[in-house]
Write a protein that binds this ligand. Structure first.
Ligand code: NAP
Length: 262
């Protein structure tokens, strides 16, 4: 497949890096990255010399079987108007633009013979290291196209096809969630430094502990509270810490923060 990624910012760059680093994928597919300005293209090209790069969206899209749109949501219509003359109704469109749903994408990418197969996809920036959580909704795709796109995002971490009505919730948990997790890490690091650790030590301990906690859940089916039970000795220090966090509004803050993203 020939894949064009339009927009080489946080998200487009993460997808391009993740796919380029997958030797099996990149040896069977060609990836071209387009960006408005040259600087990010020069950087990614230095990291992955096999990638093609261009400042022309038309050049990238004209050759592509799959076009991944990774520009800001308000630029989707402008970029679409620019590249539509070189697309056909068979071009697979994958948009990562937040809150631009498949009906809107299908309407934008309509040709006399029908609309393109369209995917509304919400990955996160860990795509660059093949650890993204990616939610996918789709309209008009064949089973083969759906399988290809799901496989592509599974290579970048873990992908899940969802009913489109669930995409906003998935975006809050899976995409905004990166920032929420980082803020937890920052707070725990600050506590660690107050407790005497150097920041780099605290950063490593917190990040590895979070990774281990996540792996405990991903490798099995336990509820988080079962894992909490294993860590909380009666009368011990962990339960004291948890109870103080709850008294300070930890769970309430997390739930309200997620709901505020709606
Ligand atoms: N960041 C996330 O975690 C995340 C997660 C899920 C979905 N998304 C979605 O991903 C999309 C991109 O977000 P982002 O965070 O990656 O933004 P970003 O870092 O600002 O990247 C956007 C890129 O698009 C380029 N660009 C702007 N106009 C262009 C044009 N006309 N043609 C070609 N390239 C153009 C910009 O180039 P310059 O270098 O010239 O500015 C920039 O490199 C958004 O729609 C967002 O909703 C983001």
């Amino acid at each position: 497949m020939r894949i064009a990624i339009i927009g080489c910012g946080n998200m487009g760059g993460a997808i391009a890096r993740g796919l380029a680093a997958d030797k099996e994928f990149s040896s069977h597919n060609t990836i071209t990255v387009a960006n408005r300005s040259q600087e990010k293209l020069t950087r990614i090209q230095a990291e992955f010399p096999d990638l093609s790069t261009t400042t022309s969206n038309v050049t990238a899209a004209g050759d592509a079987d799959i076009v991944i749109l990774a520009v800001k949501p308000w630029l989707i219509e402008t970029v679409a108007a620019e590249i539509k003359p070189v697309l056909t109704a068979r071009t697979v469109i994958v948009s990562v633009a937040a809150n631009i749903f498949t009906d809107a994408l299908a309407a934008i990418f309509t040709f006399p013979e029908g609309h393109c197969p369209v995917f509304y996809v919400i990955p996160n920036t860990a795509a660059s290291i093949a650890e993204s959580m990616t939610a996918i909704a789709e309209k008009g795709a064949t089973e083969a196209q759906r399988n290809f796109i799901v496989d592509m995002f599974n290579r970048l971490g873990s992908a899940m096809i969802l009913e489109e009505r669930l995409m906003p919730a998935a975006m809050i948990l899976g995409s905004c969630g990166t920032a929420f997790a980082m803020r937890y890490v920052r707070a725990a690091m600050e506590a660690g430094v107050e407790l005497g650790l150097y920041p780099a030590q605290a950063r490593h301990i917190v990040a590895q502990t979070l990774k281990g906690a996540a792996e405990l859940l991903l490798s099995g089916t336990s509820h988080p509270e079962e894992e909490v039970d294993k860590v909380t000795t009666p009368g011990g220090i962990t339960i004291k810490g948890l109870n103080r966090m709850e008294a300070c509004g930890f769970s309430h803050a997390v739930i309200e923060g997620h709901k505020a993203c709606r």
